[in-house]
Design a binder for this molecule. Structure first.
Ligand code: TC6
Length: 682
């Protein structure tokens, strides 16, 4: 028996324990251990029933994602499944932690499933651009019916044990902490009763009522058109589930395999699998001592009760931290506190939050008009007006007030963190925590590492990010850090292009088709042209629009016209402003571009900026930039982010495109293109 699997027989129950850290993924080693373990039990006449259980933090959490697209070796999943399902002895899957993907599909092959109340089960493959390709699309509908299967598999969210029991996804609950005993007792009971070898594949009752009803699937796709846009996997999942209703099991499995193959070889899935690991890489800082211990953070001070301050306060409260929010102006403080109370109230009304949890969170919020109130906090996050003098003054004051070991963080989105830190006597305890608005919702947290930021401070910032459920990306000090800096050329190019003929709606449409939720002009109108242009005295296209009161959506007009329900229509007035501005700037060449050409115009310069930021060491790796753009700017995940996308396009083509636009390609980009290298692969 391999080290990954151990077997034991107690009173006729064979127990196979899989131990393959960290998550018992179905790697070649795990498959081998399953194959050997089940063969051994099949040949052992003393074994009358089998329990499959896992050691460590979880039941099998899925296929080994790093094996996809490679020669897998060892017994195939199908071989392993065959001996479990048809081995002639009842098998009980004993589930704790998360039985996901191939792990839950394996549990569906077993004849029974028992789980502890804290366990979760599900088929999350959609998030990897895949479908459950080991029978999940054929077996789950046979348990829960077609409508529930559509939601569960296209949504991908795990289901808690209680709900899973109600849906039939598991058969019984074991006492928390006593899974092994519970599963052995369940198996012993089966032996005693001569428990039947029920196979999920043989069930028809849940799918029969939906047979011959193609409209179920077309209506489902129409209803979710917005969420599925650009992705491939949801469409193949729906086709596979339709096959579960319409075809005999064996044929359904063949159909599932074809549809899986289409996905696993697609760029979309490659991008989404790359992104899965990219998100987890962010917390691993390359030049960082491994044994540094983060400081404990229980109380957080937030300075500023504006949009950012209240969002940050809620992100902390949501994670169970105590928050003291400080604002000098009483009315502003009251407004901030009311916003927080109101947000929780709405979440309760929508059934997203239990009333007692909302109470608890609000109970952990203190407000104050004086900085002294944060003297006991472990971490202070400043979210005041973006002005260096104000920030320097504030940091000097906080330095005198804060505990010596407290960390002081700035939420600045572009100011020099080293300069801010120099205003204190503890630059090693200063770090940037750049949240994206709304800070309680957006998952990205850029952690800005100043030249003096200590490893302990950085480790604490990283563990704080995990605590408040953010995805961290570490950035060096530089204007705009990562996401804002690399995405800026998109807007600049859009504005320049609009002077040469293409209308804002045509440019926005090209960005929408690429996969962004909206284009740069619609976005500018949403945020407000006055907000975007704040601090600049230059004459710009925006300043010309502002001059005639076109501040964006809130004023009924910006780059677009808006009706009372804020529906946008192309604006002849804005078109005239653009034409006048172009004339004033001496731009007379008019060009016509296809949507693809617009994408190149706007996004190749983004790639160029990414290459610069990587070369300068502001970002440690290409994948960090991709994560920042996907989570911070809604760059479509199925393209993998700007760096992965550039590799897909071909770096040589990007270089040529930039040169054709009269933009000097970044040194690193040119080198990689010349050497046939990529940013993200190999
Ligand atoms: C599938 O099954 C398809 C089947 C079709 C049949 C052919 N593979 O997230 P964490 C690593 S598709 C390889 O930090 P948590 C992860 O990279 C798969 N590695 O922990 C990390 O490594 P590091 C369907 C994996 O406690 C470490 O484990 N399954 C896999 O916050 C810890 O991960 C899924 O999509 C894997 N499958 O969350 C589940 N999973 O320490 C994906 C994790 O070197 N996984 N690793 O950085 C998860 O959702 C979560 O990892 C979790 C644990 C909920 C299991």
């Amino acid at each position: 028996m391999s080290q990954v699997g151990t077997t034991e027989v107690i009173d006729g129950v064979g127990i196979l324990t899989i131990d393959y850290p960290p998550v018992n993924a179905l790697s070649v080693h795990t498959r081998r251990a399953l194959d050997e373990g089940f063969r051994q039990f099949a040949a052992d006449d003393d074994v009358k029933a089998i329990v499959l259980i896992c050691a460590g933090r979880t039941f099998i959490a899925g296929a080994d994602i790093s094996e996809f697209g490679k020669d897998m070796g060892g017994p195939s999943l199908q071989d392993v499944f065959e001996i479990i399902e048809n081995g002639g002895k009842p098998v009980v899957a004993a589930i704790h932690g998360t039985a996901l993907g191939g792990g839950y599909e394996l549990a569906l092959i077993c004849h029974y499933r028992i789980a502890v109340p804290s366990a979760k089960v599900g088929l999350p493959e959609v998030a990897l651009g895949l479908l459950p390709g080991a029978g999940g699309t054929q077996r789950l509908p046979r348990i829960v019916g077609i409508p529930a299967a559509l939601d569960l598999i296209t949504g991908g969210a795990p289901t808690g044990a209680q709900k899973a029991l109600a849906l039939g996804m598991i058969d019984a609950l074991a006492e928390e902490g006593n899974l092994r005993e519970g599963a052995i007792a369940f198996a012993a009971d089966l032996i005693q009763k001569g428990g039947p070898l029920t196979r999920v594949r043989d069930r028809q009752d849940k799918v029969e009522p939906y047979r011959g009803k193609p409209e179920i699937y077309s209506e489902y796709l129409a209803k979710h058109a917005r969420a599925f846009r650009g992705f491939k996997a949801p469409f193949n999942i729906v086709k596979a589930i339709e096959a579960a209703a319409e075809l005999p099991f064996e044929q359904g499995i063949v159909r599932e395999r074809e549809l899986f193959q289409e996905l696993v070889t697609s760029t979309e899935s490659a991008a989404q699998r790359y992104y899965f690991f990219a998100e987890r890489q962010g917390a691993k800082v390359p030049d960082f001592a491994k044994d540094v211990q983060p400081l404990a953070i229980a109380k957080v001070g937030v300075i500023g009760a504006g949009t950012m301050g209240t969002g940050i306060a809620m992100a902390c409260l949501d994670a169970g931290l105590s928050v003291t929010m400080v604002e000098r102006d009483e009315a502003a403080l009251d407004r901030g506190a009311a916003t927080i109370a109101d947000t929780y109230k709405k979440q309760v009304e929508r059934g997203r939050l239990k009333p007692d949890v909302a109470e608890q969170r609000l109970g952990k919020l203190d407000t104050a008009l004086f900085l002294d109130a944060v003297k006991e906090t472990d971490l202070i996050i400043e979210a005041v007006f973006e002005d260096m003098d104000i920030k320097e003054g504030l940091f000097a004051e906080l330095d005198l007030i804060a505990k010596p070991e407290a960390i002081i963080a700035s939420n600045s989105s572009f100011l020099d963190l080293n300069e801010i830190a120099a205003a204190t006597s503890r630059p090693s305890g200063v770090v940037g925590l750049h949240f994206f608005s709304p800070a309680n919702v957006m998952r990205l947290l850029e952690i800005v590492r100043g030249s003096a930021t200590s490893d302990t401070t950085l480790a604490t910032a990283l563990s704080f990010a995990k605590k408040i459920a953010k995805v961290p990306v570490v950035s060096g000090v530089g204007p705009g850090f990562i996401a804002n800096r690399v995405m800026a050329p998109r807007s600049q190019q859009a504005l320049q292009l609009a002077l040469q003929g293409p209308e804002p709606e045509q440019i926005d449409q090209a960005m929408f088709n690429f996969g962004f939720a909206m284009g740069p002009f619609a976005m500018a109108d949403l945020v407000g042209l006055d907000v975007i242009g704040r601090g600049s005295n230059e004459r710009t296209l925006q300043s010309d629009l502002i001059k005639i009161g076109r501040l964006g959506q809130k004023k009924g007009g910006g780059f677009y016209d808006y009706d009372a329900s804020r529906t946008a229509t192309p604006s002849p007035v804005a078109s005239q402003v653009i034409a006048d501005f172009a004339a004033a700037k001496g731009v007379s060449t008019k060009i016509e571009l296809t949507a693809d050409e617009i994408v190149e115009r706007l996004l190749y310069p983004v790639v160029n900026e990414c290459a610069k930021i990587l070369d300068e060491g502001i970002a440690a790796r290409a994948s960090d930039i991709d994560v920042a753009c996907i989570l911070g700017y809604g760059w479509p995940v199925y393209t993998g982010g700007p760096m992965f996308w550039a590799d897909t396009v071909g770096l040589g083509k990007v270089v040529e495109g930039l040169e054709a636009m009269g933009i000097e390609p970044a040194k690193l980009l040119k080198e990689k293109a010349a050497n046939g290298e990529s940013f993200t692969r190999g």
